[in-house]
Design a protein around this ligand. Structure first.
Ligand code: GSH
Length: 217
């Protein structure tokens, strides 16, 4: 049975691919697993039917037979465990790839989310100008060692893995700030991720919902 995921009926980013369903779509595309999408409005996300799937009333969710998952880390990990292609077979290499997934979500993403909050939701506050440079520096504090570790490699630990999928997805959220471009190898890493056919299919699928082609005539 094909899994069903949820996504925004209309994403606030207008189709830039930053909503987290893109990560799940990307993972499913990497392993060649077809999937269905159920679109939900902001109102529906907070109603009982969706809260039964996702206690925090968010997207994405993942349904497969009787299994219901939320949290992109858990969903991508589940997909990577069930299918070949996203995690190495060799146990130590697999553990390291999983470590990069956690690093992306728990070490790199939080300051990037703070930056988005500072730039979008707090920009009109009287203290915004003073706070923004502090938040930007906290993002740099993560990007700098990440850049040093990646060095001249294509991916974080050998071949492409779910760790890279998650790290690229997280970094994409920082790109519009210009901070990623301060580290050319990270900018190239993002471009490599975006160039993967599976990412392109995932991106196109979410774009088709959020910025559909105008109808001719
Ligand atoms: N930690 C969660 C975060 C989920 C999340 O923040 N989803 C956003 C969309 S990208 C959302 O549903 N926002 C609407 C809301 O929180 O009301 C995950 O990785 O899945």
């Amino acid at each position: 049975m094909n899994p069903t995921i949820t996504a925004f009926e209309r994403s606030p980013d207008g189709g830039k691919g930053l909503a987290r369903d893109t990560r799940v779509r990307w993972a499913l595309e990497e392993v060649g697993q077809p999937y269905a999408v159920r679109l939900v409005s902001f109102r529906a996300m907070k109603e009982p039917a969706h809260l039964a799937l996702h206690p925090f009333g968010q997207i994405p969710t993942y349904e497969e037979g009787g299994l219901v998952l939320f949290e992109t880390g858990s969903i991508v990990f589940h997909i990577a465990q069930r299918h070949a292609g996203l995690l190495p077979i060799e146990p130590d290499a697999r553990a390291r790839a999983v470590t990069w997934m956690f690093a992306a979500l728990s070490t790199v993403e939080p300051p990037i989310l703070d930056l988005a909050t500072a730039r979008i939701f707090e920009a009109d506050k009287p203290w915004a100008k003073d706070r923004l440079p502090l938040v930007e520096d906290r993002v740099r504090d993560r990007l700098k060692p990440l850049s040093a570790r990646l060095g001249g490699a294509d991916w974080l630990d050998g071949g492409f893995s779910a760790g890279d999928l998650m790290m690229v997805s997280v970094l994409l959220r920082a790109r519009s700030s210009g901070l990623v471009d301060e580290f050319p190898n990270l900018a190239a890493y993002l471009a490599r991720g975006e160039a993967r056919p599976a990412y392109r299919r995932a991106f196109a699928a979410q774009l088709a919902i959020n910025a559909p082609e105008p109808q001719a005539g």
